[in-house]
Design a protein around this ligand. Structure first.
Ligand code: IYR
Length: 221
């Protein structure tokens, strides 16, 4: 094993009342987050995108391998090529690859194969997972890759919301075209595509109800 240094934990214990207040206000704030499918093309500074991505990259990961890469794309022409490729796959999905049950489940969201948000949003973040690292041409295995990258994306969505921006977790399927378009190394596999920006003016979102506590939480005292 490599020599591993340890340092004191940087941690400040809070009053219970403060923690209760913090947990309530954070829940209320996060509960306001909505997936948005219509974006304004208003500019978003690159610095914000870099900060939310570095927040994502602070997530825990198996053996601290941080098995992810983030591509942040604002280039208009590249976004358009990504849109064209995504729509080509999505067309096939909506017209044959997705089951009737799946299409029925998606009806409340009024989605289809047309994806203008890839052109409109000022930034597209594409997340890649790395099942292994390449160190001097040699494969080094990563662990709990889906779990690690999923947690990082959770951090990313929270950071985007906290910054005052909106996003969509988009999963064109199959999404290997992103590896080619973005010329990624062969150990990187597309995980998610997330447009980030401001919502278009006066848009509506589906009326969703989140599951209540008794449906999602079981306490074992
Ligand atoms: N990937 C398609 C279909 C889709 C699937 C699920 I599950 C969603 O929650 C939403 C969409 C698309 O992005 O349109």
């Amino acid at each position: 094993m490599e020599d591993q240094s340890f340092i004191p934990l940087n941690y400040e214990r809070l009053e219970e009342s403060t923690m209760i207040n913090n947990s309530i206000s954070f829940y209320k704030e996060m509960d306001k987050r909505r997936s948005v499918r219509e974006f304004s093309d208003d500019h978003v500074p690159q610095e914000i995108i870099e900060n939310v991505i570095m927040t994502a990259s602070s997530a825990p990961s198996g053996a601290h391998k941080q098995p992810w890469s983030f591509c942040a794309i604002s280039n208009t022409e590249l976004k358009h090529r990504i849109r064209a490729a995504a729509e080509e796959e999505e067309y096939k999905s909506y017209n044959g690859r997705m089951s009737e049950e799946w299409l029925t489940d998606l009806e409340p969201f009024a989605t289809n194969h047309i994806k203008p948000f890839i052109d409109d949003a000022p930034w597209i973040i594409v997340i890649f997972k790395k099942p292994y690292d390449l160190v001097k041409g040699e494969k080094r295995k990563n662990y709990y890759v889906n779990e690690s990258v999923g947690i990082a994306v959770g951090f990313l969505l929270s950071a985007i919301h906290n910054a005052g921006l909106v996003a969509l977790t988009h999963t064109p399927s199959p999404m290997n075209f992103l590896e080619e378009l973005l010329k990624r190394p062969k150990n990187e596999k597309s995980f998610l595509l997330i447009p980030v920006g401001y919502p278009a003016k006066k848009i509506e979102v589906p009326l969703l109800k989140r599951k209540t506590k008794d449906k999602v939480l079981e306490i074992y005292n």
